[in-house]
Ligand binder design. Structure first.
Ligand SMILES: Cc1cc2nc3c(=O)[nH]c(=O)nc-3n(C[C@H](O)[C@H](O)[C@H](O)COP(=O)(O)O)c2cc1C
Length: 211
């Protein structure tokens, strides 16, 4: 199984719970005797650029009408789109930052949502995502517990992930949300990690059984 594994935490590996949980999940898959071909992307090191006017003009120009300069502007995005297209599954690990996704993951989304590449736009204005049949798992880590209570309405992470990947044809992305990992006592944090690991183990078994 070809997996694109994406990390986004600003923390180094030894201190990051999202990085640790991503690794944990891959290990669970390996224990199911799944042969893994990992394409690893650390978005804190390989930071994708913000959209520019040149990019916007080039991306909406039909491919056969693009100038050499336009093709150059899109080249890195073309490569990133191909990496996503080539993967059977995406495993995206990310902390909640200021109630939403890390900015590095937002620029990644901007990089891979491409007309004619990852989705089709038809003359009548309708669209069709091209990433159908791809497994997508989001492992999110949160300082607060947004399952209930005062912070419940503050989750601006899940909607943006569901909307952007749904647009690309990913109908049922899976979420494992480890919470609370910071704004709680040690016992609650320990339980949150244990819950997340249990859910990840279950998903790894499911993925293995459907191969
Ligand atoms: C800059 C920054 C902003 C954060 N914003 C939030 C937030 O809005 N809500 C929340 O629940 N946790 C927030 N946190 C806490 C992290 O989401 C939490 O500690 C998470 O477990 C970090 O994952 P990591 O260990 O992989 O880096 C924030 C942490 C940092 C460093």
């Amino acid at each position: 199984m070809k997996i694109m594994h994406i990390d986004t935490s600003a923390k180094i590996a030894e201190k990051s719970n999202s990085r640790m949980l991503g690794q944990f999940f891959l290990k669970q898959l390996q224990q199911q005797n799944i042969d893994l071909d990992i394409d690893y992307l650390d978005l804190t090191k390989d930071v994708q650029p913000h959209l520019t006017s040149e990019f916007v003009v080039a991306t909406y120009k039909p491919a056969n009408e693009r100038t050499t300069e336009m093709k150059q502007v899109l080249a890195a995005s073309d490569v990133m789109c191909q990496r996503v297209i080539d993967a059977d599954a995406l495993v995206c690990a990310m902390p909640m930052y200021n109630w939403t996704i890390p900015a590095t993951f937002k620029t990644f989304i901007d990089t891979i949502i491409r007309t004619g590449v990852t989705y089709d736009l038809f003359p009548d204005g309708t669209t069709q995502g091209k990433l159908t049949n791809k497994k997508v798992l989001f492992i999110t880590t949160r300082g607060a517990d947004l399952r209930s209570g005062d912070f419940q309405h503050m989750d601006a992470m899940t909607p943006v992930l569901k909307a952007s990947f749904g647009f690309l044809g990913v109908e049922n992305p899976q979420f494992v949300n480890a919470q609370p990992l910071q704004f709680a006592d040690q016992e609650a944090r320990t339980q949150a990690l244990a819950r997340a690991k249990e859910e990840l183990t279950y998903i790894a078994h499911k993925w293995a059984s459907k191969l």
